[in-house]
Ligand binder design. Structure first.
Ligand SMILES: Nc1nc2c(ncn2[C@@H]2O[C@H](COP(=O)(O)OP(=O)(O)OP(=O)(O)O)[C@@H](O)[C@H]2O)c(=O)[nH]1
Length: 207
C-alpha cells in the first residue's frame, strides 16, 4: 500500500506586486486574476505532485511582500524545505531586493546549512513588453549567489510555472537523498528532521 505523501514546505518571497500569489494560483489551480489583491500576512495552498513514482504534497506558502507585513510573514519561514525568491522583470527594484529577501529568509528560517539551502529564483512577468531586468543579469546574480537555478516565468500566460515548481521539488528530494546516503539509511523518513540532524540541529520543526 502506498504510504502517506511526504510534505514539502515551499515559501514564496519577493517584493509586493511581483506576482507571488499569481504564481501560486497558476500552479495550483491553473487560474490567473489580473486584479489580484495584495496578500496580508500569509496564505497557503497544497498540491500533490508525483516524482519517480513517489507522491509529495507541496505546501506552498504565499507571503505578503509589503514591508508593513514583515512581522506577520517571518514566523512562517521556519521548517521550509525550499524558498522561491521572486522578482518581476519589469521592476528593477524588486530584482535589487533579492539579496534582502534571501537574508531575511535565512535569518528567520534559522537555516543552519545556508550554503546548500535550495533557493530557486523566479523572474516573473516575462510576458510584458518593457523589461527592466535582462535575463543575463539575473543569471549572473544567481551564479554569484550560490549558483542558484533561475526561471523566467509568467503567471499570466503560464510560461515555465510548472517547470519552476517541479524543479524545486526535484532539488529538495535530490538534496534529501544525498543526506540520507550520508547518514547511513537509518530509516528515518521525516525529510526535515533528517536535514536538521545532518546540520547538527535538534530534530523537529515548528511551522
Ligand atoms: N503581466 C503580468 N502580470 C502579472 C503576472 N503575475 C502577476 N501579475 C499581476 O501583478 C499584480 C500583482 O500580482 P500578485 O500576485 O498579487 O503579487 P504578489 O507578489 O502576490 O503581491 P503581494 O501580495 O503584495 O506580495 C496583479 O495585478 C497580477 O495580475 C505576470 O506573470 N504577468
Amino acid at each position: 500500500m502506498a504510504g502517506k505523501p511526504k510534505l514539502l514546505k515551499v515559501v514564496l518571497l519577493g517584493d509586493g506586486g511581483v506576482g507571488k500569489s499569481s504564481l501560486m494560483n497558476r500552479f495550483v489551480s491553473n487560474k490567473f486574476d489580473a486584479q489580484s489583491f495584495h496578500t496580508i500576512g500569509v496564505e497557503f495552498l497544497n498540491k500533490d505532485v508525483v516524482l519517480d513514482g513517489e507522491t509529495y504534497t507541496m505546501q506552498i506558502w504565499d507571503t505578503a511582500g509589503q514591508e508593513r507585513f514583515k512581522s506577520l510573514r517571518t514566523p512562517f519561514y521556519r521548517g521550509a524545505d525550499c524558498c522561491l525568491l521572486t522578482f518581476a522583470v519589469d521592476d528593477v527594484q524588486s530584482f535589487k531586493n533579492l539579496a534582502m529577501w534571501m537574508k531575511e529568509f535565512l535569518y528567520y528560517a534559522d537555516v543552519q546549512d545556508a550554503d546548500s539551502f535550495p533557493f530557486v529564483v523566479l523572474g516573473n512577468k516575462v510576458d510584458v513588453e518593457h523589461r527592466e531586468v535582462m535575463e543575463g543579469d539575473a543569471k549572473v546574480w544567481c551564479q554569484q549567489n550560490g549558483k542558484l537555478p533561475y526561471y523566467e516565468t509568467s503567471a499570466k500566460d503560464s510560461t515555465n510555472v510548472d517547470k519552476a515548481f517541479l524543479w524545486a521539488v526535484q532539488r529538495v528530494v535530490q538534496l534529501e537523498a544525498n543526506f540520507e546516503a550520508k547518514i547511513n539509511h537509518d530509516g528515518v523518513v521525516d525529510l526535515r528532521a533528517q536535514r536538521n540532524r545532518a546540520a547538527g540541529k535538534k530534530d523537529g520543526c515548528c511551522s
